[in-house]
Design a protein around this ligand. Structure first.
Ligand code: ES4
Ligand code: ZN
Length: 326
């Protein structure tokens, strides 16, 4: 099918990807074994059968369990390299990946251990595949702003390796406003800023991300479509939305791919992009997300092309770096 071929072959970037969400069960079992960490599931099949979620929290509970086998620098390296090798085959030429430092420091795995492994893999991926990258440290919003500040302190020796900061984990009840001060500090340090908003949370949280956190990008943003003036604000500021079709389906943010809002976003002139979020948990990587849109939503050739263009325009590459890829 020519739409599938076009979508799969287009060069594109991935702007919304949690590296811990790329942890495939096979790799998880092998790292658990070499680290002598017990897993709650006995087999890959048993673990995979648990991947049925009714909401974001159902998923997060398994996500934090899964990442708990990551202990050594090499574990973070292997995880990241497996992802880069996988999406190189999807013609992803640039990635901007999140990691969740607090998901590891809370288990006494140092910030240094995490970032050394992730960064070394990103550099190796760049030399092997020509795949450029940005690294985004994400604060867990179910924890306190004080805890986020501690994480920022741990990050300070590595700011040359870190391009931006994000805000993720359980959205409802944990509004962006709670993290106003720490993001202000991040901005002063020259970090780019993004936040998950409007995945499950109300339009008000998207407003806060824009007006209080002053984000450079919005992760998800689905529920922004509930308010016309919010759509207008996102559009007038030229903010990119990093949308995640298969994630939305798996977490019941949308009921069916035919109801996915991404085409509506494009019709409103919003800079929507396609991303995989946590591909090991949600049933697919970058091209699988495009396939789902093509087979489920009736998306057109021009829309597919627009999505790929948006993925470059919404990236934090400078124009010279962008033109090298195109
Ligand atoms: C996440 Cl889909 C999603 N939403 C919020 N936080 C997350 N962390 C990892 N995946
Ligand atoms: Zn996400």
């Amino acid at each position: 099918h020519s739409l599938l071929a076009l979508a799969h072959e287009m060069p594109k970037t991935e702007l919304h990807l949690h590296i811990e969400g790329t942890f495939e069960p096979e790799l998880m079992f092998s790292i658990a074994k070499r680290n002598s960490v017990p897993l709650k599931y006995q087999t890959v099949e048993e673990l995979k059968s648990a991947y049925q979620f009714e909401n974001l929290q159902d998923f997060l509970d398994l996500y934090y369990q899964g990442m708990s086998v990551l202990l050594k620098e090499q574990d973070f390296y292997d995880l990241t390299m497996a992802y880069l090798e996988r999406v190189h085959r999807d013609n992803v030429v640039h990635v901007e990946i999140f990691f969740d430092p607090q998901g590891h420091t809370s288990r006494n795995v140092s910030f240094e251990t995490q970032i050394n492994g992730i960064y070394r893999a990103l550099k190796d991926g760049e030399s092997k595949f020509g795949m450029t990258f940005k690294l985004i440290m994400s604060f867990l919003r179910h924890l306190s702003e004080e805890d986020a500040f501690k994480t920022l302190e741990q990050a300070k020796p590595y700011l040359d390796w870190i391009d931006g900061v994000g805000l993720d984990s359980s959205e409802v009840g944990n509004p962006p406003l709670n993290f106003k001060n720490v993001f202000e500090e991040c901005k002063k340090l020259g970090l780019a800023v993004t936040a998950h908003a409007g995945e499950e949370g109300p339009p008000e949280y998207v407003w806060q991300a824009i007006d209080t956190i002053k984000v450079d990008r919005i992760d998800h943003g689905n529920r922004a479509l509930e308010e016309a003036d919010l759509i207008a604000a996102i559009k007038s500021r030229g903010l990119t939305l990093t949308v995640c079709p298969l994630s939305n389906l798996k977490l019941c943010v949308v009921s069916d791919m035919k109801n996915h809002p991404i085409r509506t976003m494009l019709k409103f002139g919003l800079n929507a992009t396609v991303n995989s979020d946590d591909p090991a948990y949600f049933g697919g990587y970058m091209n699988d997300n495009y396939t789902a849109l093509i087979q489920g939503s009736g998306i057109s050739k021009i829309e597919l092309y627009t999505l790929a263009c948006n993925s470059f325009n919404g990236s934090w590459l400078n124009s010279e770096q962008k033109s090298k890829h195109l």
